[in-house]
Design a protein around this ligand. Structure first.
Ligand SMILES: NC(=O)c1ccc[n+]([C@@H]2O[C@H](COP(=O)([O-])OP(=O)(O)OC[C@H]3O[C@@H](n4cnc5c(N)ncnc54)[C@H](O)[C@@H]3O)[C@@H](O)[C@H]2O)c1
Length: 270
């Protein structure tokens, strides 16, 4: 997609982090914003910010785990605006560091509902409309944890690998249509996701420097990389040097990477 001017873009999880930054960057590029989040307060802060940048903006409080709510949101948007051009499936959360042995299965289910079913249900709800646009795009936010599997992140990795599988399969299915399909793999981005994690344990972060290293890219930088990737039709988007390294590691050492990654990510045993 060459530019975003007057394109209608849906961004889920727009109340914080990468979603807010995406909304602001899209506003600067002349897009019309349809923003959703489950948090009405932070969503309205993003709305004020994009309006101050001169963008038209519509907001909806939607829980992406709620299939019926997504369906009525989609119907409402189409009734009001007629169509959309871009769908950013961004909303997501993390459980934090927890072993499968200690995990409550309801947390695993909730994560799948949000991080995976949210992506699937939005895509299904808007697909017909996107197929009728002259050029359109679906942009799904996976993670570097959709490229490598990491201990104590089994549920998160499960959802992010699944988002990648869903996205890559759909890309082939839509190859001869006008719908471009992007999979985004951010490395560590400095957002609220770590602090909002269900099992966020401050005491586990003994190594502040290590945590800073994990969060080395700002959400604004991440949003710029995503939009540039779409402008250049780079359908696999890696964000940050950490993501580049992890991707290369997984491709060159598809099994042996586990031992190397254990040294980096298992910070309790460092
Ligand atoms: N921050 C990182 O290091 C990083 C790395 C890789 C991938 N990601 C992915 O990027 C995406 C954005 O994360 P972020 O870092 O900006 O996090 P964030 O916590 O700053 O923002 C996430 C937003 O999603 C919203 N949200 C969460 N659950 C929701 C639900 N059920 N319904 C509607 N909205 C919901 C939250 O309210 C919040 O506004 C997520 O999919 C995340 O998994 C983040």
């Amino acid at each position: 997609m060459k530019n975003f001017k007057d394109k209608i873009a849906v961004v889920t999880g727009a109340g914080s982090g990468i979603g807010t930054a995406l909304a602001e960057e899209l506003a600067k590029k002349g897009a019309v914003l349809v923003l959703t989040d489950k948090n009405a307060e932070t969503l309205s802060e993003t709305e004020s910010s994009v309006r101050s940048l001169g963008a038209d903006c519509y907001t909806y409080v939607v829980d992406v785990a709620d299939e019926l709510a997504i369906q009525s949101f989609c119907e409402e948007v189409i009734k009001q605006l007629g169509h959309i051009d871009l769908l950013f499936n961004n909303a997501g959360f993390a459980l934090g560091k927890i072993s499968l042995k200690d995990l409550h299965m309801e947390d695993f289910h909730k994560l799948v509902d949000v991080n995976l079913w949210g992506v699937i249900n939005h895509t299904k709800a808007f697909l017909e409309v996107l197929l009728h646009r002259p050029e359109s795009a679906i942009i799904n936010i996976s993670s570097v944890f959709g490229i490598i599997g990491v201990a104590d992140q089994v549920p998160y990795c499960t959802t992010k690998f699944a988002v990648r599988g869903f996205t890559e399969a759909l890309r082939m299915e839509l190859m001869d249509t006008n719908v471009e399909v992007y999979c985004v793999h951010p490395g560590g981005i400095n957002t609220n996701i770590y602090r909002n994690a269900v099992h966020y344990d401050k005491s586990a972060l003994v190594d502040e420097k290590f945590q800073k290293m994990l969060e080395r890219t700002s959400p604004e930088q991440a949003a710029k990389v995503i939009l540039k990737g779409i402008e250049r039709k780079k359908e696999k988007i890696l964000i940050g040097m950490d993501a580049e390294i992890i991707d290369r590691l997984a491709r060159t050492m598809p099994v042996a990477y586990t031992a190397i990654a254990k040294k980096v990510f298992d910070y309790n045993s460092r």
